[in-house]
Every structure is written in C-alpha cells, then in structure tokens.
Design a protein around this ligand. Structure first.
Ligand SMILES: Cc1cc2nc3c(=O)[nH]c(=O)nc-3n(C[C@H](O)[C@H](O)[C@H](O)COP(=O)(O)OP(=O)(O)OC[C@H]3O[C@@H](n4cnc5c(N)ncnc54)[C@H](O)[C@@H]3O)c2cc1C
Length: 505
C-alpha cells in the first residue's frame, strides 16, 4: 500500500465548480480520503451559468443522477443547440445543433460535401433542414432518445443538453456531495498559509480562526482565484484582444409561452444577448465590450428586449477573457472561473469544469506531486482552452456586419493562425479536420462556419462521382427522413409536462 497517498482534499468555493468537483470526487475516489469544501454565503456564487452542452449528461451518468429528477429539481429544460440571430448579417438566423453528424454521411465523405454541390445548384435547402436537432429546435419539438424512441432512426440518437437554474444546481449537487461524505465549512477564508520550504499551500485560515489543512487544494473560488492567483501568483493570459467582451448585464424575466428547446444568442451593437428558458422563468443577459458600450446603455438595451416583465434589476458582471498561465500550480488545481473564463457564447464553462475534473481524475497525484502529471494537466488544459477560444473567435470574426465600431473591430482584427488555417481550409472546399481531442468537432465547426456565411468555393472532387439525379434524390431523402422524424416529436413543453415538470414556484 502506497503511504504517500493524498488523504485530505480541500475545495475552496461552493459554486457550480466547487460542488461539481466535490460530488465527482466523492463518487469516484472511494474511501480513504477526506473532502472538505469551504464556502462563504456572504460572498455568494456568481449565479449565472445556466446553459450547458451535451457532455453534462455523461457527468450525470457517472454520478448516477436520474435525469428526470435532476431536471425537475433545477427547474430545468432541454436544449438541442443554440440559435444565433443577426450574427452574419442583421436578419440572419441559424442553429448550431448538437450531434455527431450533419445529415447522413455517404461513402467516405461527410454529408455537407454533397450538400455544397446541391445547394450551389439551387437544389438544397439551408443546411439546418438536414439534421434532427437543427430542424426540430426552431419548431419547438423535443424528446430524448431514451424514452419513446423508435429504433434505427435519427430519433434513437438525439444529443441534448440542459438549461437549469444555477442556484438550484449548486444546491442539488451540494445535497448529493454531502450525502456521500463531503464536509462543508461555512466562512470566509482570510488567508492561505504556504509551506516555507516549497511554497505549497499548507492550510487556509477562516475569519473565525478555524484552520483547514490539506494535501491537495482545488481552487473553485471564482474570478478572484484565491489560491491560484492571490496566494501563488500564477499569472493570467489575457485574450481580450480576440474576444473583446468584458462585461455582462444579467436579468431574469417572467416566462411567456412554452420554453424553446434551445438557447438564443442575438448579436447586438456591442456584443450579444442570451435568452435561456427555464420552467419557472427566463434568464437573460447582454454580454458586451465596455470599450464600445456603457453599463447604462447595456442595461437599457437588455430591458427593452425581454420576453416578459423583468423579475429583478439588471446585475452587472465583469470579467477578463483568458486563462491562468498554469491551471495546476504546486498543490493547487484551479477549476471553474478561478482557472479562467471565456465568455458564455457556446456554454463552454461548465463543460470545462467537467473536463478539468476528469483530467484531474486521470492524473491524480500522490503527495510528491510529480511534475510529469502537473505538466501534462497544464498542457492539455491549455490546448483545450485555445481550441475553444478559436471557435468562439470564429463567431465574431466571420461576420459581414459593419453597422457599429464593435463589429468593425471584430471583422478586421488579426486572428490566431490556427483559426485562420481552419477557415481557409473550409472556404477552399468545405474540408474540416478535428485536431486531437478538441471539444468542438465537425458538426459544430461546419454549422457555425456556414451560419456565419463562410461558403466553400468548391467541394470534394469525389462528389462528382455520384450522378446528379442520384445526388438530388439522396439530399431530398435525407430531408424527408428528418422532417418525418421531427413530425413524430412532441412539443418541448409536452415532453417536460409528461416526464419532469417541476413544482410551480
Ligand atoms: C455572464 C456569465 C454568463 C455565464 N453563462 C454560462 C453558461 O450559460 N454556461 C456555462 O457553462 N457557463 C456560464 N458561465 C460560467 C459559469 O457561471 C461558471 O463557470 C460557473 O458558475 C462556475 O463558477 P465557479 O463555481 O467557478 O465560481 P462562483 O460561482 O463565483 O463560486 C465561487 C465560490 O467561492 C467562494 N469563495 C470565494 N472567495 C471566498 C473566500 N474568501 N472564502 C470562502 N469562500 C470563498 C464563494 O462563496 C463561492 O461559493 C457564465 C459566466 C458569466 C460571468
């Protein structure tokens, strides 16, 4: 038995990051560890972060969380993708849908290669008509594959994510984690004590005088980065020049009408507005650049563009887009906002919490904190962040909008070479290659590039081997299968009412 094992784990922070980490470690590490979580009710949590990506259902499966119960307890709804309005041009609308395939692939080529030829010939509809998620979402249809799905149809393989109330989600995970042995300490941390010999964190000291020591510290303290930055001075890489939004104004409003099975992102003059439908309310926010818009203007625009009556005053949030220079430094691993933040355009933050937890699980150290494990963790986390960063920049840069200084900046800014390579390859002839295990794959990149008006100049030469009459028949067949499946899906609200309606509050 290795007696150099980590025994005491301290999680600093009880927001989504802290409780996701606590819940996952409690479930997966087994006996022999103490896990303590410190949080301060007085400081509170950031309280936004209500739209997710499908990966969360894997997290729930790992934790053996019952989906219907989870949705009910968090006032949740389902999400097939994100609708982008006014991004390429004012008046445009497209859906970035979840899933593993656009249309139905044929031979060695992806469907969109055939679609390019048919579309240019005027024989195909917009790309969204050929995939279940993108066709069902605007019609307000939803079902999960697990329930009611006829086999051997696209209905048997629906990728979905969730919208939920961030406060209720943290509470839900807290109940889960505490039931599995995570011990919570309430109070404000005043100071982190470092070991004299190696600068590792030894303990945190609360205002009450309580001292909590540990072997491994997980910093989930939010933007302030209490351990990773304030104690260890790790440094931050600022990406504001590529992702210029640095503020958000958030406000919930009354729900009017049935919830849409998608998040909406509407581009505005200096950023974009989110709309997240929940069972009991709708979450809204304007993400903007303070260089181009004042807080008062942002609040006024947000309030003018709500579905229903505002349920609170708009709440301002400030952030700097970027990442810590190290996600793991000495015996501190930063997870969540403490590790960095890339704005919520593609709902990637909660996913990054999840992938940070998974990475930590795979590279879990002993008390000697092998640099090989730490280096690997940091390299992977940096890589993942840079690939997500590029995908987000794509939305801003690939636009024809020239109606405000903000969009002029985004359209003409220098972009990373990696992203330039992806765009050039796709514009040439619709090719795309996923790079290693980057988060977003072909479906996402192709849907967003097309949605942002990057139309390939040509298509793969092998497409011409299919006689034109067969090509058009294939394209029509895929569309008919998809629309037939969408017809079979219930309205989103009806699905919720039947399987996971929350208590009215
Ligand atoms: C405008 C905006 C919109 C977003 N939208 C999305 C979205 O749609 N989808 C998505 O995936 N993500 C989104 N995010 C990100 C998401 O909100 C966060 O990733 C998520 O909430 C995790 O936050 P956190 O737990 O890291 O930090 P926080 O929620 O800030 O929690 C920090 C914790 O640390 C504690 N703490 C801090 N200092 C101390 C101290 N001195 N002593 C004791 N405790 C302390 C606090 O009490 C709190 O419990 C959004 C973020 C912003 C800013």
């Amino acid at each position: 038995m290795n007696d150099n094992r980590i025994r005491d784990i301290v999680i600093v922070g009880g927001g989504t990051a802290g409780w996701m980490t606590g819940a996952a470690l409690a479930k997966t590490l087994g006996p022999g560890y103490t896990i303590r979580l410190v949080e301060s009710e007085e400081i509170g949590i950031v309280g936004v972060g209500e739209a997710t990506v499908p990966h969360l259902s894997f997290f729930n499966k790992l934790l053996e969380i019952d989906e219907a119960e989870f949705v009910r307890q968090t006032q949740g709804t389902f999400k097939l993708g994100i609708q982008f309005r006014d991004w390429g041009r004012i008046g445009d609308s497209y859906i970035h849908g979840f899933g593993t395939m656009i249309g139905v692939d044929f031979g060695m080529l992806p469907f969109h290669q055939y679609w390019i030829k048919a579309f240019k010939a005027g024989k195909a509809e917009e790309i969204g008509a050929y995939t279940l998620n993108t066709a069902a979402a605007p019609l307000g249809k939803f079902m999960t594959s697990a329930i009611d799905a006829p086999p051997n149809t696209p209905l048997a393989n629906i990728a979905h994510a969730y919208h939920f109330d961030a406060g209720l989600y943290a509470q839900y995970l807290r109940r889960y984690a505490e039931a599995r042995g995570v011990r919570r300490a309430e109070g404000k941390i005043q100071q982190a004590m470092l070991k004299a010999d190696n600068g590792f964190v030894e303990a945190v000291m609360l205002e009450s005088g309580e001292r909590i020591a540990g072997d491994l510290f997980i910093d989930c303290s939010g933007f302030r980065g209490l351990l990773i930055e304030q104690a260890l001075h790790t440094g931050y890489e600022d990406w504001t020049h590529w992702l210029p939004c640095d503020r958000a104004m958030a406000v919930p409003c009354e729900k009017v009408g049935p919830p849409t099975p998608y998040t909406r992102s509407t581009a505005r003059s200096a950023g974009w507005q989110w709309r997240i439908p929940l069972q009991h309310r709708t979450g809204n926010g304007y993400v903007y650049s303070s260089k181009y818009l004042s807080d008062d203007e942002a609040a006024a625009t947000l309030l003018k563009n709500l579905d229903g009556r505002a349920l609170a005053d708009p709440r301002p949030l400030r952030f700097t887009t970027g990442v810590r220079k190290k996600f793991w430094n000495k015996n501190v691993v930063a997870i969540g906002l403490a590790s960095g933040f890339m704005e919520p355009l593609e709902s990637t933050s909660i996913y990054m919490i999840q992938s940070g937890i998974a990475r930590l699980g795979l590279l879990f150290p002993d008390r000697d904190f092998s640099p090989a494990l730490i280096d690997r963790y940091n390299a992977q986390a940096t890589w993942e962040s840079e690939r997500i960063r590029d995908f987000l920049i794509l939305h801003y840069h690939a636009t024809e909008r020239n109606d405000s200084p903000f969009w002029d900046y985004c359209r003409t800014m220098q972009i990373p070479d990696t992203l330039r390579g992806y765009i050039d390859l796709f514009r040439d002839s619709g090719r795309f290659f996923r790079n290693g295990d980057e988060m977003f794959g072909l479906v996402s990149w192709v849907e967003v590039m097309l949605g942002q008006r990057i139309m390939p100049q040509a298509y793969h030469p092998a497409v011409d081997q299919l006689p034109e009459a067969d090509l058009y028949k294939y394209i029509d067949h895929v569309r008919n299968v998809i629309s037939g499946c969408v017809d079979l899906m219930p309205p989103h609200q009806a699905f919720i009412d039947r399987h996971c309606a929350a208590e009215k509050i």
